[in-house]
Design a protein around this ligand. Sequence first.
Ligand SMILES: C[S@@+](CC[C@H](N)C(=O)[O-])C[C@H]1O[C@@H](n2cnc3c(N)ncnc32)[C@H](O)[C@@H]1O
Length: 204
Amino acid sequence: MSSNRRDIRAKFGDDYVANSRTYTMGINYRFTRYIAKRFNGRRVLETCTGAGFTTIALAREAIHVVTVEIDPVHQEQARQNVEKAGLLDKVTFVAGDVLDNDILNGCPPFDSAFLDPDWAVNSPKHIYRFRYSNTQPPADTLLEIVLGMTSDVAIILPPLLDTRELEGLPRHERQALYLGESQELYCLYFDSLARSHGTTELRQ
Ligand SMILES: C[S@@+](CC[C@H](N)C(=O)[O-])C[C@H]1O[C@@H](n2cnc3c(N)ncnc32)[C@H](O)[C@@H]1O
C-alpha cells in the first residue's frame, strides 16, 4: 500500500503524514465527514487514533475529542495531522492501552464514543470476526467496556463479517459503507447516534 503524497491527499483530503500502516488503516474522508456529523456538539472519546484521520473529522463537529492510542509513532503522526488541520485546541491525546482502566478513567469527561479497532489482516486465511477476534484491541471487549461508560457509541467493523455475530448486541443501526460498488466497512451506531434501527447504506 502506498503512503505517498498524492494517495494521502486522495484518501484523507489534504497533505497529511502517514506511513504504509496508518495509510491503510485510516478511514477515507468520504466516509468520516458523514459519520462525524452524528457527533456534532458532543464530547467524544475516540479509540483508537491511528494517524488521526477520524480524529480530524470528529473534531470538526464535536466540542472536544479525547483520543487514545497505544503506538507512539501513530500518535505523533496524529498530532502533526491534527495541527495541520488547525484543530489542536479541540483534541486531547492520551498515550496508552484503552483496555487499561486507569487510562479510560483518567480521560476528560465524554458523552459519546467512536471506536475503530485495528483489523490488520495477518494471513491470506484471515477471517474477519467480531467475537473472539484477533483484532487489537478485541472489538467485542472494547465495545462492552465503552458501552458501560456511555450508550452513545459508534464502532467500525470490517465488511466481510458474518452479521449473525452481532445478534445479542443492544439495538443499533448497522450502516454498510460503500465506495462505488465495493463495501469497505460497517459502522454500527448505538442509542441516540442511530437514525434508524436496522440496516442502512452510505454510498460514496
Ligand atoms: C484502525 S486504526 C485507527 C485508524 C483511525 N481511526 C484513522 O482513521 O486514521 C487502529 C489503531 O488502534 C491502535 N491500537 C491497537 N490496540 C490498542 C489499544 N489496546 N489501545 C489503544 N490503541 C490501540 C493501533 O495502534 C492503531 O493505530
